[in-house]
Design a protein around this ligand. Sequence first.
Ligand SMILES: [Fe+2]
Length: 345
Amino acid sequence: MEKTERRKTEEGSSVSFKGPDELWRRYAFIVNTSRSLMTLINKDYVYEVVNDASCLAHDMKREDLINKTVSDVWGGEVFGDVIRGYLDRCLAGEEINYQAWFKFKVLGLRYFDVSYHPYRNSSGEVTHAVVISHDITEMKLADDQIQQSFMKLQNAMEKTIDSLASTIGMRDPYTANHQRRVTKLACALAREMDLSEDMIDGIRLASLVHDIGKMHVPAEILSKPGKISDVEFDMIETHCRAGYDILKEVEFPWPIAKIVLQHHERLDGSGYPSGLKGDSILRESRIIAVADVVEAMCSHRPYRPALGVDVALDEIVKERGTLYDSEVVDACVSLFGEKGFAFEE
Ligand SMILES: [Fe+2]
């Protein structure tokens, strides 16, 4: 490089080159070094410019590929069904990007990221489409594998929760059934409140095992027909922390153990086990709390017959904002009223 040219480059004001031929060589070198397929296609769908990677992918010499139509190269069906639509949009001035599988003679089935850029002449008129395709097969396969592993893990986690829930059913069928029904209502409440699918998943799994800690409470107390004593009530109260202890070592993507721990907390701090107030109680727990109370009042208990939906709704409305989250209560009233929610199908 000559002295004057070097100084220009260092100042960043211009790029040095030795005439148009050398500049052309450099552009061609860049384009042909790229592993992306680069083509320039005219309005008659004819290839006018192709880079080395395109020739390699189609196993054709440049002189054989140039002046061929897209239909000649890809076949009439692929051209008509897929490529032509994109080309027409691009030739009308639109930038397009999409990803799809393509079958090549040599490369086989490959997944490509394809972008279409309108090429404009000096008057600004679109005369060609520049199509750049980048092979992302490996990334796509790795992504699919991660997705599959994630699904497997998710499935295993759901099965684990189901097994835990059914374990309690062997000893205490009432609680197992209660957990299922609370899950149905809690998820419906979360949907009514427009919560995200991810949050609903957490609520579903936590509700399915929210009373798992009752395994630590003697079965005679849980199924006692008469009134329970203070000591017995104290024992029942331990089920929140016992449930937390069972679940706390499992690393769920949601705070399942904490949700279970807090499902008997009440907004005004009168709940148990910690007497938490207001927003310091997890939203998920505030939802399960309402579902839990409503389900319990709608169901037959060893010590009393079912009280019914109306009594249950009266209770949560009476304590709206004091014991129970107002938004959850409103969602519950709307669910049973306008939406016709029922525990059983
Ligand atoms: Fe409970």
